[in-house]
Design a protein around this ligand. Structure first.
Ligand code: ADP
Length: 461
């Protein structure tokens, strides 16, 4: 089995070419042989007609002496290698050469019996046989038969020469085709080789490199384009990963340095129990932030790996919303925000209850954080036959239109300073988006700066 693709293509090309060339040579040879034979027959017929005409004239001139007329016509004709014989019925009148062969008489008898003009090959004539025309005709008051024969020698010589040319040309042409095929295959596969060489040099450090195969054919261009698209996607994923790690490290650094700073200050000298308690409270607060951040990061990392399997169960979505509202009531109350949960009767849903609780809590948590005192938050549930919509509206600070496309991105914070103070990491909405999408749903926002925002989560039932 040939391993090299280039050699395989060459071999197939050569095989096909050889078969085609052999078939073409055979066809050409047989057409030539048939044409030579046809032309010989035509020339024989025309000679026979001329000879018959001459015979008729001589017969009139010699007053019906058929043998003499036949001999005269043959000698007048000037035969150039042909043989002619004239018969009266089965009786030979005259011939250009002695007739050694019975076949001449048989053919004359066939024509005398009424057969029209016909051609035949006599094998036992000269070296290569001869072609004969049997031409019956009327002259004077009688019916005669004229036979004209020409040896096949010159036809055979011509065909032998053609055969020789083909035998010589065949290996030469096959050799040229083989070399040509190999060069063609090498040329056609050159872009593939170039792609492989270029691809070999691509690592995670230069994923922005793209394969260049110049002005290649469409098929190879498609291959190169697909590979380049794959590189783009990989490049993007790597970039996202790099940014994610950088952002995560940045976010982790702040609470860690607060904890370390607070501990350093507390341990620098002896402190009163009140001061220790104060330091520990700060450390506890930052540690809580840290664990929330780590939990968020873990969730997103799991989402990216695609290994999260939903724990699907049936539950009442209205109950879940009511529970979420209850757990944020105190926080909302502390900020003098009116929190209302407007849910219809039992709305059963199949999904991951814990993830959906996380989704609603994230939206509610944002609503509480971004709504000033005296504001209002409304949580509602709309249920149709095929879909459900969870709406969380607030009368908060709203989102500027230029920020709207980015709020679902990781580590995006509308106002860095304020959000940091509020305790957000910019991960809440990306988790909301991931949970909605993992339930084959969507999340959208409509907002007006200064007036409030409405987040709508749409889920399939
Ligand atoms: P964060 O932890 O900063 O809240 P999120 O991913 O939850 O991160 O939200 C991203 C950004 O979207 C926030 O920093 C904020 O600017 C904006 N945002 C989210 N929810 C609201 C809301 N209800 N009202 C106004 N802005 C919001």
């Amino acid at each position: 089995m040939i391993k090299s693709f280039r050699l395989q293509i060459t071999a197939w090309y050569l095989l096909l070419f050889t078969v085609l060339f052999a078939a073409f040579s055979l066809f050409l040879y047989s057409v030539l042989a048939r044409d030579l034979s046809r032309r010989l027959d035509q020339s024989l017929s025309s000679t026979a007609r001329t000879a018959a005409g001459l015979f008729g004239d001589e017969l009139t001139e010699l007053k019906g002496d058929a043998p003499a007329a036949a001999a005269e016509a043959i000698s007048e004709l000037g035969l150039r290698g042909m043989s002619i014989a004239v018969f009266d019925g089965r009786k030979l009148l005259a011939s250009s050469a002695p007739l050694e062969n019975r076949e001449w008489f048989d053919m004359a008898a066939r024509a005398a019996g009424g057969a029209p003009e016909f051609h035949a090959t006599i094998a036992s004539y000269g070296q290569n046989g001869a072609r004969v025309v049997t031409h019956p005709f009327h002259a004077g008051s009688g019916r005669f038969v004229l036979l004209a024969a020409e040896p096949l020698d010159s036809n055979m010589a011509e065909l032998a020469m053609v055969r020789r040319v083909l035998y010589l040309a065949f290996p030469l042409v096959v050799l040229i085709a083989g070399v040509g095929g190999f060069l063609l295959a090498t040329r056609s596969l050159a872009p593939v080789r170039s792609m492989a060489d270029q691809a070999r040099h691509i690592t995670d450090k230069n994923l922005n490199t793209r394969l260049d195969i110049g002005a290649a054919h469409e098929e190879l261009q498609v291959l190169a384009d697909s590979f380049n698209e794959l590189l783009s996607r990989l490049d993007q994923s790597f970039e996202t990963m790099r940014r994610f790690v950088a952002d995560a490290s940045h976010e982790l650094r702040t609470p860690l340095s607060v904890i370390r700073g607070e501990a350093d200050v507390a341990l620098a000298r002896d402190r009163s129990p009140g001061e220790y308690r104060e330091s520990l409270a700060i450390i506890q607060d930052e540690a809580r932030r840290l664990s929330r951040l780590v939990e968020d990061l873990l969730n997103l990392a799991r989402a990216d790996s695609g290994h999260v399997s939903l724990r699907v169960e049936e539950f009442y979505l209205n109950d879940l919303l009511a529970e979420c509202c209850r757990s944020l009531e105190a926080a909302a109350g502390a900020r003098q925000i009116d929190l209302e949960c407007r849910c219809p009767g039992d709305v059963a849903f199949r999904g991951d209850q814990e993830l959906l609780r996380r989704l609603v809590l994230n939206l509610l948590d944002n609503a509480v954080r971004y709504t000033p005192a005296g504001g209002k938050i409304l949580v509602s549930l709309e249920a149709a036959t095929s879909e459900l919509r969870i709406l969380v509206s607030d009368t908060g600070i709203g989102i500027p239109p230029e920020a709207a496309p980015y709020i679902f991105g990781r580590f995006y914070r509308g106002d860095q300073a304020r959000s940091r103070q509020n305790g957000g990491f910019g991960l809440g909405l990306s988790i909301v988006k991931w949970i909605a999408e993992s339930h084959k749903g969507t999340v959208k926002v409509t907002s007006e700066p200064g007036k409030g925002s409405t987040f709508t989560v749409q889920l399939q039932r």
